[in-house]
Write a protein that binds this ligand. Sequence first.
Ligand SMILES: [Zn+2]
Length: 276
Amino acid sequence: MTTADVYEVLVVKYGTRQARRSEVFLNYPIYGEPDAPIGMDYFFWVVRNRQRTVVIDTGFSAHGGAVRGRTTLIEPSTAFAMVGVDPSDAPPVIITHAHYDHIGNLDLFPASEVIIAREEYEFWAGSQARHPQFHHSVEDTELEVLFAAGRDGRVRMFDGRTAFAPGIDVIAVGGHTPGQSMVTVNTTEGVILLASDAIHYVEEFERGMPFAFLASTVDTYAAFDLVRQMLAAGDVAHLITGHDPQTLRRLEEAGAVPLPDRPELAGLAVRIGHVD
Ligand SMILES: [Zn+2]
C-alpha cells in the first residue's frame, strides 16, 4: 500500500547528556523524592513517502551543544545525509519550537520552506525573548537564520493547527514555549504523535511533572491533557516524546526497526511505519 497520505517516520538520536532529576523537572522538591541522575537524549525526525520528505527539527549545532556541555553522538548534518535527506532538494522543515536543540542546523536548509507556529516565531522576534529564563535556551545567531528565512519569504506560519500535507498535521499547544508544536503523522502503524518538547519524558507526561524550562505551566498541563484525550480517543497509536532516553527501545518494542542499510546508525535511529 502506497498512498500519498501514509509515511514512514525516522527517529534519529544525535546527542545525549547526563542530568539530574532536579535539573529537568520543574520545582522538583515539591515531589519529595530523592534527586538522582537522569539521561536526556536529543532527536530529530524525518517523515517521508514517495511523494514527499519532511524534516522535523534540525538538532543542536556544534556551538549550541558545546557551550551547554552536550555530547554529540553523530553530527546532524552527517545523520541527515545518512538517512537520505539532501538539503539541495529543499525538503520542507517543520520547526516544533525555536530552542537551540531544535533549530541549530537550520542553515543546512537554505532553500527550504520552514513551517512554524506564528506565536513561536513572533515570541522569539519580540522583546520577551531577551529575558534569561527564555534566552537561556536559544542562540541569537540561530534565531537570525530563522528570521532571515522569514525575510526571504520562506517561512509559513500557522495559527493553532494546520493540515500541512495529507496525513501530516501540525498542532500548536504552547506550554514549553509560546508556540510549541506537535506533529501527527499517518503511518502503517497508525497515527504517530511527535510531541517534541510538549512532552520531554514519558514520566513527565504520565506523572504530570512539567519540564524545568517553560513559558506556561498551565498550557503545559493543557497539552498533556490534549495528548491524553488523543490517546484515549484512539486518534493516536504511538506517542514519541522529545528527549526520553527510552524512546528508541520503546519504539523497537512497538515494532520500529533499525535502518537496514545503515549499520553506522545502529542504536541511533529507527524507522516506524513503512512505504512500499
Ligand atoms: Zn528540546
